[in-house]
Design a binder for this molecule. Structure first.
Ligand code: NAI
Ligand code: 15L
Length: 273
C-alpha cells in the first residue's frame, strides 16, 4: 500500500517549508519534526536528531520518513558529525526499531561535488551526463556526511531490508539564482513530484537518484529518478538569458566553477549556527 503517514524531519527549514506546502496535495498526512519550533505548527515535534528517545516516538506508526533535517552547508567536522552523521544514524536506527518500511534521504550533489562538470554544448548527449554510480567525491565535510548517509542507507537495506531512496538534490529554491544553478536546479514542484515518486515506487531497495528538474543545461543522468516514476515538468532555461547576462558563462579555468559542487569546492558557504 502507498505510504500515507510520513515523518518530515527538517520541517522548519527551507525545503521542509516548501514540502509542507506541497506534499499534502498528494494525500500525505505529515508529522513534522525539527530542532527549531515551527511557527503556526503547534503539533510539530521539537527535537534534536541527537535525542534517540524522541526519534523513536516520532517514527512510531509512520509509513515512511522524508529525512531533510541536518546541517545543510559546510561546518566544523564535530558539528557535522553530531547532526548529520550520528543524527542520520539515530534516525535510521529508530526507523529500524519501529519497523518503518522506507526512508527518503536528502543527500546532496556535494557527495559527488569534486566530479568535474561535463563541458560542451547544452543539451549534452546522454552518454556525457554524470551517472549515479560515478565514484563519490565529496567536496566538504558536509558532502562527506551525505556520502556516509548514502552508505548507511545501503547498509540498512542490505542488512535489515529497510528501503531507502537517496536523493542527491541539486538546488531546490523558488528560482535559480546562479549560472551553475541553471544546470542543477530542482523547482519546488518537481521536488514534490520526485519525493512523492521516491516515497511510493515499489521495490526500490536502496536507489540513488539525482534531484533536479529537466534542465536544458543538465549535467547528470535523471534516468534512475525517472525509473521511480518521476516526470519532471520544469526547466531552468527560462532564467538563463538573465543570469548569464548578469554573471557570465561558467569559466572552465576557474576551479570554483569546474566541478559539480561549484564554489563548495573552493569557498563553501558556512552553516551560521
Ligand atoms: P535548511 O538548513 O533550511 O533546513 C535544515 C533544517 O534541519 C533546519 O530547519 C534545522 O533546524 C534542522 N536541523 C539541523 N540540525 C538538526 C538537528 N540536529 N536535529 C533536528 N533538526 C535539525 O536546509 P534545506 O535547504 O531545507 O535542506 C534540507 C535538506 O536537504 C538538508 O539535509 C540538506 O542538506 C539537503 N539538501 C538541500 C538542498 C537545497 O537545495 N535546499 C540541496 C542539497 C541537499
Ligand atoms: C546543498 O547541498 C545545500 O544544502 C543548498 O543550500 C545549496 O547550496 C545546494 O547544495 C547547491 O549546491 O547549490
Amino acid at each position: 500500500p502507498a505510504p500515507r503517514t510520513v515523518l518530515l524531519t527538517g520541517a522548519a527549514g527551507g525545503l521542509g517549508t516548501l514540502m509542507r506546502g506541497l506534499l499534502p496535495a498528494y494525500g500525505y498526512d505529515l508529522r513534522l519534526l525539527d530542532a527549531r519550533a515551527i511557527p503556526g505548527e503547534p503539533d510539530a515535534i521539537t527535537a534534536d536528531l541527537g535525542d534517540r528517545g524522541a526519534l523513536r516516538e516520532a517514527v512510531r506508526g509512520v509509513d515512511a520518513v522524508l529525512h531533510l533535517a541536518g546541517i545543510s552547508l559546510e561546518s566544523t567536522f564535530d558539528k557535522i558529525l553530531r547532526a548529520n552523521i550520528e543524527g542520520t544514524y539515530n534516525l535510521y536506527e529508530a526507523a529500524r526499531e519501529e519497523g518503518v518500511a522506507r526512508v527518503v534521504f536528502a543527500s546532496s550533489n556535494h557527495a559527488v561535488g569534486f566530479t568535474p562538470r561535463p563541458q560542451g554544448e547544452a543539451p549534452l548527449e546522454p552518454d556525457a551526463l554524470i551517472p549515479v554510480d560515478t565514484p563519490r567525491r565529496p567536496d566538504t565535510f558536509y558532502g562527506l556526511s551525505k556520502s556516509f548517509g548514502e552508505d548507511l542507507a545501503q547498509f540498512y537495506w542490505d542488512k535489515y531490508g529497510l528501503e531507502s531512496v537517496s536523493v542527491r538534490i541539486g538546488s531546490c529554491f523558488m528560482e535559480p539564482t546562479s549560472v551553475r544553478m541553471l544546470s542543477i536546479w530542482m523547482s519546488p514542484g518537481d521536488g514534490a513530484r520526485l519525493f512523492h515518486a521516491a516515497l511510493t515506487a515499489e521495490g526500490v531497495g536502496h536507489t540513488v537518484v539525482y534531484g533536479s528538474s529537466a534542465n536544458t543545461r543538465l549535467w547528470w543522468d535523471l534516468s534512475s529518478a525517472r525509473a521511480l516514476g518521476y516526470e519532471p515538468r520544469d526547466d531552468s532555461e527560462q532564467y538563463a538569458e538573465k543570469l548569464i547576462a548578469e554573471q557570465g558563462e561558467l569559466d572552465p579555468d576557474d576551479p570554483g566553477q569546474s566541478y559539480l559542487g561549484g564554489h563548495f569546492t573552493t569557498n563553501p558557504p558556512v552553516w551560521p549556527y
